[in-house]
Design a protein around this ligand. Structure first.
Ligand code: 5AD
Ligand code: SF4
Length: 437
């Protein structure tokens, strides 16, 4: 009888891609995907611990599948990802969630298949957390799930230790993948027809630093942008302290590099940036934005912001608010600071009350909404490249470089997916209406 898997993914694109690896391993064992948890023989929770809200969601969802295990004692429930790697969490799952059979961390995800087989053969629970990272494992099955976009890891881990952030504790130190391995993977993906290749790393700008031979991110981007084929390269996430003029120049001049730059500022106050250990100033950040705006055609800049970091006053927050207005971001991911166990900021005095955090994040997000509305209006009349992805009888459906959706009258015949220049004619809700030129 056909066996089924169900994977629930929390958190960032790194996790989304790692779930593709989990799916690849499960499929190599003969499992197929089910969209219905109740039908699954294996349920995997690929977890996130970046904020408390994410963890509470994970814990609630893992608790809720207890009843499925009761109905089907053969059901295998596995937990992996950042939360399992967190200090003391595996123990918590062992004690409080006896229906969970496998718990693994971030450093041994590539061995999930072995652990699953081991459990099936022995029926002994597997709790395996490696305390530190090992060499990068290149040989992992993968089942890609994001349509025309393919995720490609270029590096793992983070060395920055921003004082609020748990990532360095659960993802280990920075390790870059060999450039030759990345290029081989990207070439293969282009040959398979993927149109967007998104390079992933916690801090892509420090790609190659660990090789100590001068290899850097600008070099990688340029090599990839010169490959043959009809594709675009995207990447995330950049750190302002490491974003170089060389990288900005590559983005500005290479036609196959996406013009989307996600550049988390976190705060518009130098006092808070210092407390966050971000290692740049607002002035430096603004100079990067100026360089981008001056040189990159059709740039799209987005950011992450944390409000309510310890010691943040109304004045500090307003500095952030004014920066958002000044930069005129195409997108703002605003978060309320969430204390993480073991981080430096958790121990700081002057924690900001929840109601103030709430008010600040709402104020910021409504400003961002207004900016985006205005930016959409200004797109009308512009000609931009779009990836035309799907169609029905009357329309083509496309996405711009920045991810905005576009609807186009079907006046020509196209073989999809394909890049085409379109002229934006109007806006309807948050959809853009365009025509081919
Ligand atoms: N609390 C709130 N937001 C956080 N982020 C990281 N750690 C925390 C935390 N403890 C945000 C940062 C980061 C994004 C991925 O998540 O803005 O850029
Ligand atoms: Fe966390 Fe800072 Fe590393 Fe980003 S750069 S993952 S925010 S420690």
């Amino acid at each position: 009888m056909q066996k089924h898997y169900f994977i629930k993914t929390y958190g960032c694109q790194m996790n989304v891609h790692e779930s593709e690896k989990l799916a690849g391993m499960l499929r190599s064992l003969g499992y197929t995907e089910t969209e219905n948890m109740e039908n699954a023989d294996v349920i995997v929770f690929n977890t996130c611990c970046i904020r408390d809200a994410a963890e509470q969601k994970v814990l609630g969802n893992i608790g809720a599948v207890k009843k499925l295990k009761k109905l089907n004692p053969d059901l295998i429930i596995a937990v992996c990802g950042c939360m399992s790697q967190e200090n003391g969490r595996a123990e918590l799952f062992k004690q409080k969630y006896p229906h969970v059979s496998i718990v693994i961390g971030t450093h041994n995800l590539h061995k999930f298949k072995d652990y699953l087989i081991q459990y099936q053969q022995t029926k002994k629970k597997v709790f395996e957390i490696w305390q530190s990272e090992k060499d990068i494992c290149e040989d992992v099955d993968m089942y890609r799930t994001s349509n025309n976009n393919a995720w490609v890891n270029i590096m793992y881990g983070c060395n920055n230790f921003c004082t609020y952030c748990i990532v360095p504790y659960v993802r280990g130190r920075e390790r870059s993948r060999a450039m030759a391995d990345i290029i081989t993977e990207v070439k293969q993906l282009i040959a398979e027809g993927y149109k967007y290749i998104t390079l992933l790393g916690q801090n892509v700008n420090s790609y190659g630093n660990d090789f100590k031979d001068g290899t850097n991110f600008a070099q990688l981007l340029t090599e990839l942008a010169h490959l043959d084929g009809d594709f675009r390269i995207k990447f995330m996430t950049s750190h302002p302290k490491d974003l170089t003029t060389e990288v900005i120049n590559a983005i500005a001049t290479e036609p196959k590099l996406s013009k989307v730059i996600h550049l988390p500022v976190q705060s518009g106050s130098n006092k808070i940036l210092k407390l966050m250990n971000r290692n740049y100033t607002v002035e430096h950040y603004k100079s990067l934005i100026k360089q981008i705006k001056d040189t990159v055609p059709n740039y799209f800049i987005s950011t992450d912001i944390i409000v309510g970091f310890p010691h943040e006053t109304e004045k500090d927050f307003m500095d952030t608010y004014n920066l958002v207005q000044e930069v005129n971001y195409g997108g703002v991911f605003g978060f309320m600071y969430s204390p993480r166990t073991g981080t430096i900021a958790e121990q700081m005095e002057n924690q900001v009350p929840q109601d103030i955090k709430n008010a600040r994040v709402n104020k910021l997000l409504s400003l961002s909404k207004e900016i985006i509305k205005e930016q959409n209006k200004q797109l009308v009349g512009k000609t931009l490249e779009a990836l035309v992805e799907t169609e029905d009888d009357n329309y083509y459906y496309a996405t711009l470089d920045c991810g905005k959706n576009v609807i186009i009258d079907k006046t020509i015949n196209l073989t999809l997916p394909t890049f085409k220049n379109v002229k934006i004619k109007a806006i309807s809700g948050n959809k853009l209406i365009a025509e081919f030129i």
